[in-house]
Ligand binder design. Structure first.
Ligand code: CMC
Length: 392
């Protein structure tokens, strides 16, 4: 039609060139800067993967130590931020708080406004990677009415996150290495996924020259939708709706019924049609966490394990390639760790922050045009303006 390619949902339009992430959905391949995600999950850790995404190469030992040191030194947030939190009602959705607070960081770091300065861009990236977990944990503490916990710089990135989430000034237990490893893997497996809706939003916002904190806030807002980052929360809602193992067959039958719109949340994937390399890693971590916490008998988690078994054995699910996806396992892991379901998308956002900022940095560094999609106009043609007293 006309002069433009009509492509709703941008399913066949490449909006940019990028060297960061490669996906082959048919073959189940996800590469960051050329390294397979399963290899990174096995041999690397979240912060090293952040360095790789941001800088393009794996760090040497000294570069790694320097990077970890920089991120660790940026984990605190300005004291005024805690006053911001107090303005939110106690039952505010944590993603609502995250959209506002992350955008507000640009009010504290004026150097972030100078996006033409490469040094300032990298400092903003470091601040975001370091501070988003602190802010995420503050959202949780605010909802619980508990005091905010300051970051502890002697802990690793993931240990520190669990410390800020579950520690209190009167009881700050050591973080289990199995749970810290699970958190690290959740962050790492969510670190980037090329031009998904939130990353494309960050690029589009950035293409106007907006500052990085404002762009990431736009990404967080986009991730909030149930069709994007909200799926892991939907998994938990579904498990609660099933409620009892005796109801599983009924729900599975509904999922197979062509006339019933019900779908099993956490199963299937739009891009990965054979398998999602991330869910293999997540499944292993999930088994480790459940056994560490002795939660194999938790009623909700038993429903989840039974559903997993059905999906892996039942002809309908095998034929349609509806294996459990990354959100299925991450939802179960976070539930087992004790993270409430309205925090799940916040944790996705925490891991994805590096992907967003890496794409923003790449775009600003490589040069860009302001994003300006066209439209097919379907409204009224030009017409006469009728005087008000002549209108019906
Ligand atoms: N339960 C039951 N049947 C399903 C499901 C499901 N979860 N997913 C797809 N199907 C069926 C669907 O009814 C269709 O059957 P038929 O061929 O008889 O019409 C067939 O499988 C293909 O479905 P589709 O909608 O054409 O597949 P899609 O690639 O467009 O959808 C999906 C992919 C993820 C949207 C879909 O599988 C789904 O809705 N899953 C549940 C929600 C979910 O877990 N989302 C998170 C995805 S992972 C996100 C991430 O990577 O971050």
């Amino acid at each position: 039609k006309g002069y433009f390619t009509y492509d709703p949902g941008f399913v066949s339009t490449a909006s940019c060139e990028s060297k960061i992430t490669y996906i082959d959905g048919e073959k189940g391949v996800l590469l960051h800067r050329g390294y397979p995600i399963e290899v990174l999950a096995d041999k690397s850790d979240y912060l090293e993967t952040c360095y790789l995404l941001l800088h393009g190469e794996l760090p040497s030992q000294s570069e790694y130590e320097e990077f970890v040191g920089i991120i660790t030194n940026h984990t605190m947030v300005h004291e005024s931020i805690s006053r911001f939190f107090r303005g939110f009602h106690y039952d505010s959705h944590p993603m609502a708080m995250m959209c506002g607070i992350v955008g507000a960081l640009s009010a504290f770091y004026h150097d972030s406004l100078d996006i033409s300065n490469a040094r300032h861009r990298i400092i903003s990236a470091h601040r975001l990677i370091a501070k988003v977990p602190t802010l995420a944990a503050m959202c949780y503490k605010h909802s619980q009415g508990q005091p905010f916990m300051y970051p502890n710089n002697s802990l690793s990135y993931s240990e520190n996150f669990l410390h800020m989430m579950f520690g209190t000034p009167c009881n700050d237990p050591d973080v289990s290495p199995v749970l810290a490893n699970a958190m690290d893997k959740i962050f790492l497996l969510h670190a980037d996924h090329e031009q998904n809706a939130s990353t494309s939003t960050v690029r589009l916002a950035g293409s106007s020259g907006a500052n990085p904190f404002a762009c990431i806030a736009a990404g967080i807002a986009t991730l909030w939708g149930p069709a994007h980052g909200g799926a892991n929360e939907a998994v938990l809602n579904m498990l609660e709706e099933i409620g009892d193992e005796k109801n599983i067959d009924k729900f599975v039958a509904r999922a197979k019924d062509k006339d019933d719109p019900f779908r099993l949340m956490g199963f299937g994937h739009r891009v990965y049609k054979n398998f999602d390399p991330r869910s293999k890693v997540m499944k292993k971590v999930c088994d480790e966490v459940l056994s560490e916490l002795g939660l194999e008998d938790d009623p909700l988690l038993r429903i989840a394990k039974r559903l997993e078994q059905i999906a892996l054995e039942d002809e309908y699910f095998i034929q349609k390639k509806l294996y459990p996806n990354v959100d299925f396992y991450s939802g179960i892991i976070m539930k087992a760790i004790g993270i409430p379901k309205d925090m799940f998308t916040v944790i996705f956002a925490t891991g994805r922050t590096v992907g967003w900022i890496a794409h923003w940095h790449e775009m600003i560094t490589d040069g860009y045009k302001i994003g300006r999609p066209r439209q097919l106009y379907t409204g009224a043609p030009i017409r006469e303006f009728p005087e008000r007293d002549s209108r019906k």
